[in-house]
Ligand binder design. Structure first.
Ligand code: SF4
Length: 197
């Protein structure tokens, strides 16, 4: 049987810089490819470039670091065989966190933590599966969409507002929005502020 493999842009060991698990050391597996093409994307380099990597090679690379937490990110991970990747990592004993735009409803039931960051379109099924809905807020954000996402807030699902590119005007906008919706939280990209790779 053909073994699954994934087009991987990069694998690196760092610190989670944003959201609920800010400060957590983890290995990042950045999958290549995303068809969304957001103008503010800060990982455009991952849109196409990557090396096809099979499971044993991936696990061998991960074993170089002591952390047992892996953050699958992209690109957009759900554009590849994400359930098989999550299964590979879980079977190898890793805690698996997922960062996705939620555009494709896929089986992520074995992931330990799911962060959905909606962009041009998002699956309502994926919003229901999210532990965190992270909304990137900039001057062009349609604020009517916030109400739509707030509807998915519950005991399991926390909303985070993240200022686009840490720009001051976007931070100010987030603070204003949060004061009107105090159950949400602010997420800053602290890795950029602290110059952490
Ligand atoms: S969905 Fe994410 S990875 Fe894809 S283009 Fe937009 S910001 Fe970049």
């Amino acid at each position: 049987m053909l073994q699954p493999s994934w087009k991987v842009n990069e694998i690196f060991y760092s610190i989670q810089g944003e959201g609920k698990h800010t400060g957590m050391p983890a290995v990042f597996v950045r999958l290549a490819g995303c068809s969304m093409n957001c103008p503010f994307c800060d990982t455009k380099y991952a849109a196409r470039e990557g090396n096809q990597t099979d499971g044993p090679t991936l696990l061998q690379e991960l074993s170089a670091w002591p952390a047992k937490a892996v953050i699958i990110t992209g690109g957009e991970p759900s554009e590849q065989d994400l359930p098989a990747l999550i299964a590979l990592l879980k079977d190898a004993g890793y805690q698996v966190h997922l960062e996705t735009n939620g555009s494709i409803d896929t089986d992520v039931s074995r992931a330990d933590f799911i962060c959905v960051s909606p962009k041009k379109y998002v699956s309502s099924e994926m919003l229901k599966k999210a532990d965190v809905i992270k909304i990137v807020v900039g001057q062009d954000t349609d604020l009517k969409d916030l109400e739509k996402y707030y509807a998915y807030e519950n005991a399991k699902t926390q909303i985070y507002l993240q200022p686009e590119s840490n720009k001051q005007e976007n931070i100010d906008l987030c603070v204003k929005l949060l004061k009107n919706h105090p159950s949400a939280r602010l997420s800053l990209q602290t890795h950029k502020l602290a110059n952490i790779r």
